[in-house]
Each structure stands twice: as C-alpha cells, then as structure tokens.
Design a protein around this ligand. Structure first.
Ligand code: HEM
Length: 164
C-alpha cells in the first residue's frame, strides 16, 4: 500500500489544477464577456454572487495545492532526484511562480482596499494569472519527464511510486 498516499496526493494535485485553472478559463472567456451584456446594476449583483462562491474554490484549492505539492516534492520526488540541479532549480522556479499565482488569485477574490485596482481590471489580471498557470502546468509536465537519478537506469519519475 506504499503507493496509496502518493497516488491520492497526485489525484488531489491534478484535481485542484483542473478545478481552479478550468474555473479561471470559464470566468475569463465565458462569464466576464457574458456579464458585459447585462445592465450595470445586475452586473454588480452577479459579480458579488459569483465571488461569494468562487472564493472558496480559490482558498481550498490553494491549500490543497500546497499540501499535495509539498508532499509530492518533499516525500516522493526529492529523494529520487538527489543532486539533480536542473530538477530542483525548475521545481524552485515552479514554486515561486505558484506563490505569485496564489497571491494574485487571493487579491482578485478578496476585499482588501489595496487590491481594488486589480479587481477593476479583473480581465487583465486574470489573463496574467492564467498565462502563469499555463507555464506552471508546462513546467510540471517537463519535470515529470526528467529521469530519476536515484534509480538505476534512470526510470521516469512517474513510474517509481507504483508497485511492479
Ligand atoms: C498553480 C499551482 C500549481 C499547478 C497548476 C500545478 C500543476 C501540476 C501538474 C499539472 C502536475 C503534473 C501532475 C502529474 O502528472 O502527476 C504537477 C506536478 C507536481 N507539482 Fe504542481 N502545481 C501547482 C503548484 C504546486 C506547488 C505549490 C507545489 C509545491 C512544491 C507543487 C509540486 C509539484 C510536484 C513535486 C509535482 C511532481 C513533479 C514531477 O513529476 O517530477 N505544485 N503540478
């Protein structure tokens, strides 16, 4: 059953990415353009009702990303990539980019006065956040293709947590 927890964490990580990145695509390309077609007053009501629900997906999504991602890195991947500067360097870059995405996402769903300007330009900042998230997904896919140095023959990292 050694493979069960890594597998569950992987499901959680991928599930969070599908939910939060998918929700951002929907908001940017469907919800915001559609909302422009209704009256200003109604627009504001819709915006408040959407944010009231969506913010929980953002808060919980970030918590799940951090729990599953840190587990995936510290427990599963780090020992397999010991001494591999490329892997850990790219992982560090991914982590920093993810923190940036989380911060921007929180400001967009939050109520702080300081971030009001951002919320007035929601389309622009959602586009930036989505572009960063796409880079993170591409980086993550690349990380999976880096062979694990700790395994003789350098099997791909995604093979090693599973039983034979
Ligand atoms: C915007 C936030 C994030 C997105 C969209 C994201 C997305 C992804 C995706 C799509 C994968 C590939 C999943 C798979 O094939 O199993 C992945 C893997 C991974 N993620 Fe994330 N992730 C995010 C944040 C984080 C954070 C904060 C950490 C914490 C350090 C993290 C650590 C990892 C690790 C260690 C892997 C496995 C890499 C490998 O296979 O070598 N991720 N992530």
């Amino acid at each position: 059953m050694d493979f069960a927890l890594p597998l569950i964490m992987r499901w959680i990580h991928i599930g969070s990415a599908i939910t939060v990145v998918g929700g951002t695509v929907f908001t940017l390309f469907v919800l915001l353009p559609a909302a422009k077609e209704i009256l200003h007053e109604e627009h504001l009501k819709l915006r408040a009702a959407v944010l009231k629900r969506w913010k929980w997906f953002v808060h919980i999504g970030i918590a799940l990303f951090l729990i599953s991602g840190l587990y995936n890195y510290l427990v599963v991947m780090r020992p397999l990539h010991k001494g591999d500067g490329l892997y850990h360097g790219l992982m560090g870059a991914k982590f920093l980019l993810a923190l940036g995405v989380f911060g921007l996402a929180e400001m967009l769903v939050g109520r702080s006065k300081a971030a009001e300007k951002l919320r007035h330009n929601a389309s622009k900042f959602l586009t930036i956040n989505l572009a960063l998230a796409v880079i993170i997904v591409m980086l993550s896919g690349f990380l999976r293709t880096i062979p694990a140095k700790a395994i003789p023959g350098g099997l791909p990292a995604n093979r090693v947590a599973l039983p034979d």
